[in-house]
Design a binder for this molecule. Structure first.
Ligand code: ADP
Ligand code: ZN
Ligand code: ZN
Length: 733
């Protein structure tokens, strides 16, 4: 009797997103399994395509003369468990995409690499005064700079033969290492086992609740910075491992620092693998494989680690759960929290969301009893919450100070430097330089329809509402106070650094932002330089705001708290509150109390005031009222359709067609906004337009979307137009 594999092809096109039956050749009958990768002939030319067996059957509706055979099985074991296939099917519906793309998202990019690749790294043998040819020197330099590289890369980059590399290996200056035996991101040997501290009452209470077998709901661990959340995660994982289960720990990419890794590795050793975008495809594949074959039981990583191929998952922990990076902006546009919830449901695993500033969404779930709310209000180790002071930059301007540093901040920096303490200057770059405000009175140009700030378009010199598309000219005088100091906001980290150098010429200053951290290892370098007190001031973006525990930092300056407040996104207030709280958490990590200076043009703004007091609960009450009133998530839904293409006329035609289809359906309780030009109206010569649907019921919006999309697809076939749907995410559109 024949056996057939029901195969999903790894081709993202929706037209072929269905199962194709292939017969399993006789010699593979005993190895073929659900979840395996295959290579199959496809189309008239029988091109070999990768595919995934999502089911097996003993019969098929395909004619026996037409049935094709599976050509290859690249792996010995399945790459997907039944649970993962199940989750992928759910994702396809939830995120309105193809099964092919959902399955692909679960696999590491490096899966097709041969895993026995060798790399070259610098050995411990020093080469001071030894004789080397210029070519050998350049190889050594190259490997030194790049940490570890494939021989082929060295040869290509330097345009040399293999012989200088071979000579250096023979002489012992370079070492060949196997990717399979060496995991480059973690050097397990340098971490010593660390005995856990005795948990305090708040921590014990949280753990007890989480380990309750009868509690199936997700947990929201709401604990101030430094309250010991990570210790709670470690304890839960310890218990999970005892039961022979595995755990996933999701952290935001930028807080996945060596320090974070160290805490987990010191406790659990080689059971830990890391999944990080700075790792090579091969390294990531290796981490994935260890999780898949049971060598590892804990995977730490950003968003995509939620797909760790564990077979008996005991817990998924999402640290800093409020971070927007847990939502994918690329297809499939999944939310790691939702996927985690789905996976945990399947296994009866614990889902733990941790934050000092929970997202409004999660807190709403907790208030309504859908999540279990656990609070930790005290700092666990040493240190107290810092003193915060708000400085009004309008007053500074009135007093003739045009610097980005208020006099108060200058004085505090001087103080800190004199006392040999360190300073962190934090510039919130979210929504950077895109809103227009008055330096004299703090007035921000805001859309009357949507109560979000206008975005400044420098090309056409106009202000536009990100939501409804309303446009107005840039005013010459402030509509509120008549001053001429109304302009768009523009301060960068570079400018802050330059000015800091001018004001404090003797201070050693480091800067950490996108520009200074492009190179692999540069983040670690800056952090360790600052951590070992070889610098006095660290200037940076949100990258420096979280996680890092620098004992000697006594002062944190938040340069322009307003920027994210006026990002033109409904999450502006939430982001600001989170960033101020996190940045403040960097001060006062040791015994004496730290200080935080918050510079703002809107000192009376309730969000700034509440953030300075670290009063999350009042902030939540206030912000959820605003969201409710405006119909913003989680009290309403925003579906954004983005149409892009090279020919603007055709983009407009298509989006208008789609908009007409939607409007014709006359569904009550749904507001249609636009079509209008997207905030970034053109990227790489592709014009961008969008249409927004707002409504309180998500399912109504989904049903409407599905039927409108199918009508649209049948009524017009324009080439070169891409349409994308973003659900409740806004910032990048
Ligand atoms: P969070 O993750 O909430 O920011 P951490 O778990 O990182 O907090 O804890 C903050 C600091 O307090 C760390 O240095 C940690 O080692 C220490 N710490 C945590 N729990 C305890 C405890 N029960 N006793 C002593 N120190 C603790
Ligand atoms: Zn004004
Ligand atoms: Zn508007």
């Amino acid at each position: 009797m024949a056996l057939y594999g029901n195969v999903i092809l790894s081709i993202p096109s929706p037209e072929i997103d269905r199962v194709f039956d292939y017969e399993i050749p006789f010699e593979y009958l005993n190895i073929a399994e659900i979840g395996m990768r295959v290579k199959v002939p496809f189309g008239v030319k029988n091109k070999l395509i990768e595919g995934y067996i999502i089911d097996l059957s003993e019969s098929t509706s395909v004619d026996s003369e037409k049935i094709k055979y599976i050509s290859q099985f690249p792996d010995k074991v399945p790459v997907f468990s039944a649970e993962m296939i199940n989750t992928a099917k759910w994702m396809k519906e939830r995120y309105m995409t193809t099964l092919s793309q959902c399955l692909k998202a679960m696999l590491p990019a490096g899966i097709n690499l041969k895993n026995e690749e060798t790399f070259v790294k610098v050995s411990t043998k020093q080469c001071a005064g030894c004789k080397l040819s210029p070519k050998q020197k350049s190889v050594l330099d190259f490997v030194f700079k790049n940490d570890k590289v494939k021989p082929s890369v060295i040869r290509k980059s330097l345009g040399i033969s293999a012989s200088p590399i071979e000579t250096l290996v023979k002489k012992g200056f370079l070492e060949l290492v196997n990717a399979d035996t060496e995991h480059f991101f973690i050097n397990y040997n340098i971490f010593e086992y660390e005995k856990p501290p005795l948990l305090n009452d708040e921590q014990l209470k949280a753990c007890k609740s989480m380990l309750d077998k009868n509690e199936k709901r997700p947990f929201l661990l709401f604990g101030i910075t430094g309250s010991g959340k990570t210790e709670v995660y470690l304890k839960i994982i310890e218990e999970i491992l005892k039961e022979g289960k595995q755990a996933i720990v999701l952290v935001p990419e930028i807080s996945l620092t060596p320090l974070t890794v160290k805490r987990f590795v010191s406790r659990f050793g080689k059971k830990v693998v890391v999944y990080h975008s700075k790792m090579s495809d091969g390294e990531r594949y290796e981490a994935w494989k260890k999780a898949s074959d049971g060598r590892a039981s804990i995977m730490i990583g950003p968003r995509s680690a939620v797909f760790a191929p564990f077979k008996n998952l005991g817990a998924i922990i999402i640290d800093e759960e409020h971070e927007s990076s847990y939502r994918s902006e690329f297809t499939p546009k999944y939310s790691a929290r939702e996927v985690a919830e789905k996976r945990c449901d399947y296994y009866g695993a614990k889902l733990i969301l941790g934050s000092a500033t929970p997202s409004i969404e999660s807190m709403k779930e907790a208030t309504e009893g859908k999540y279990v709310l656990l609070k930790m209000k005290k700092r666990a180790g040493n240190g107290r919450l810092p003193m915060t002071e708000i400085v009004d930059m309008r007053t500074e301007l009135q007093n003739g100070n045009r610097s980005v540093f208020s006099l108060k901040l200058q004085e505090e920096i001087k103080n800190a430097l004199e006392n040999k303490r360190q300073v962190m200057l934090f510039l919130n770059r979210r929504g950077y330089s895109t809103f227009v405000s008055c330096r004299k009175c703090g007035y921000v140009m805001t859309c009357s329809n949507c109560s979000v700030s206008y975005k400044y378009h420098s090309g056409s010199n106009i202000l536009m509402c990100h939501y409804c598309g309303k446009k107005i000219p840039v005013p010459h005088v402030c509509p509120n106070c008549g001053s001429k100091y109304i302009k768009f906001f523009g301060t960068g980290t570079q400018k802050v650094e330059d000015e800091a150098r001018r004001l404090f010429p003797n201070a050693r200053i480091l800067r950490m932002d996108m520009d200074t951290t492009k190179k692999k290892g540069s983040i670690e370098k800056i952090l360790s330089q600052f951590g070992s007190e070889n610098a006095d001031i660290l200037v940076g973006t949100q990258m420096i705001a979280k996680g890092h525990d620098f004992k000697n930092v006594s002062l944190v300056g938040i340069m322009a708290a307003d920027i994210s407040l006026n990002s033109g996104d409904y999450r502006g207030s939430e982001n600001t509150f989170q960033l101020i709280t996190q940045a403040s958490g960097r001060a006062g990590r040791s015994d004496d109390r730290g200080k935080v200076i918050i510079q703002t043009y809107q000192s009376e703004n309730p969000v700034i005031k509440l953030a300075a007091r670290q009063d999350y609960e009042s902030f939540y009450v206030q912000e959820s009222a605003v969201r409710k009133a405006m119909g913003y998530p989680p009290y309403g839904n925003i579906f954004t359709f983005l149409f892009t293409g090279k020919d603007e006329r055709s983009v407009i035609e298509n989006i208008c067609l789609f908009s007409d289809i939607v409007k014709e359906k006359h569904i009550s309780n749904i507001t249609v906004l636009g079509p209008s030009q997207a905030y970034i109206s053109k990227i790489k010569n592709e014009y961008r337009w969008r249409l927004i649907l707002k409504g309180s019921d998500e399912n109504t919006l989904r049903t409407l979307t599905k039927s409108a999309v199918s009508i649209y697809k049948n009524s017009k076939k324009e080439k070169g137009i891409t349409a994308n749907l973003f659900i409740n995410s806004f910032s990048s559109i």
